[in-house]
Design a protein around this ligand. Structure first.
Ligand code: SAM
Length: 332
């Protein structure tokens, strides 16, 4: 199978797929999902492992080389490790990464290491057990913390993802930055996005990336900007003498669309070519209608050549309809 380069209609290379393997989660982070009344997808609505393998093989042949498994919580999906084993052996797939809350991850770390997982993004919004419980509506801080320690011990690169929420975890920003003194982790602060499954919208954001950075810089004046890796969604910084580093992701301000190299497939098998679009192609239906590989590739190419230039255009295309999805079906 010969892999090739894939470009969108704006000349941006596409080489990165973020795949939500489930919409189910063992936390109820208030910025992501409602506490109750969540309508989980019936299992038959999820892509099967065979369908996922087929999709990734097709995309790998087209030019996708990096995969991130996300959810929902990926480790809630039964037998996730067997899927990871298969994905890591697909020709053309060079990097496999996982985004997880860490609660069920610990026992799998040795195998993740041996499979050569590129990195784990661990979601952790606070270092305080009570605030963790308030934000996630579950008392599971200790498990996430233990997973962080195990990942570090196994020397799997770890990024901590922290959603910055006005009035909720502002007091955690500096302690999380302080973690980088001792630990070789990247702590990335993410602007809160309007994907909480309840359609609650705000036109402005209080804790923008600029405000987050100002707070960090006023406490760490030696903060140094470091070069951004290609397609980075974060502005990256280092504090001299610290083992880890710090990043800020302007997810709401959307400053990084110009170099966006990623596509998403939701838990129900729908392609999104922009986080802010409405879903542009139902891949699961194509597969279940019995379409051939070539037919599916042609549909994928059509979608890639009609990509909005940025998240604002994507929102306009959905005629201003506010996003009501939960991030747990999109995968972050
Ligand atoms: N369950 C996994 C986890 O917790 O990492 C993977 C799925 S979760 C939806 C992926 C990422 O999306 C997490 O880092 C989470 O914090 C982030 N996320 C969810 N809702 C968000 C929102 N409204 N704004 C910004 N980030 C959000």
């Amino acid at each position: 199978m010969q892999s090739s380069q894939l470009y969108d209609n704006h000349g941006r290379p596409i080489n990165y797929l973020r795949l939500a393997v489930t919409d189910r989660c063992n936390l109820r982070c208030f910025y992501c999902m409602p506490e109750e009344g969540i309508k989980y997808l019936p299992k038959k609505e999820l892509l099967t492992f065979e369908e996922i393998e087929r999709l990734i093989s097709l995309l790998a042949a087209m030019g996708i080389s990096k995969i991130r498994l996300t959810g929902g919580e990926p480790f809630v999906r039964t037998d996730l490790m067997s899927l990871i084993r298969k994905i890591t052996s697909i020709e053309g797939i060079q990097d496999v990464h996982i985004t997880t809350n860490g609660i069920l991850t610990g026992p799998h770390i040795p195998e993740l290491k041996s499979l050569g997982i590129g990195s784990v993004n661990l979601s952790l919004d606070t270092l305080d057990r009570d605030r963790f419980k308030m934000i996630t509506r579950r008392d599971e801080f200790e498990k996430t913390w233990a997973t962080l320690q195990q990942l570090l011990k196994a020397e799997i690169p770890v990024k901590i993802n922290t959603v910055v929420m006005d009035g909720k975890n502002i007091d955690d920003i500096l302690p999380l930055v302080e973690l980088t003194r001792q630990y070789p982790v990247s702590v990335r602060f993410i602007e809160e996005m309007p994907f909480n499954g309840e359609g609650n919208h705000y036109a402005t954001l209080s804790w923008t990336f600029k405000k987050i950075l100002d707070l960090i810089r006023s406490n760490y004046p030696s903060l140094e900007r470091t070069p951004d890796p290609p397609h980075s969604t974060s502005y990256n910084y280092k504090i001299p003498g610290h083992a880890g580093d710090v990043g800020v992701i302007a997810a709401f301000s959307r400053t990084f669309c110009g170099t966006c190299n990623r596509i998403r497939v939701t838990a129900q098998g729908v392609l999104k070519t922009c986080l802010y679009d409405d879903g542009v192609l139902n891949i699961k239906n194509l597969m279940r209608e019995g379409r051939s590989d070539d037919e599916i590739k042609a549909e994928l190419l059509k979608a890639f050549s009609n990509r909005p230039k940025d998240g604002f255009e994507a929102e306009e295309r959905r005629s201003g309809t506010p996003a009501i999805e939960s991030m747990s079906t999109i995968g972050g």
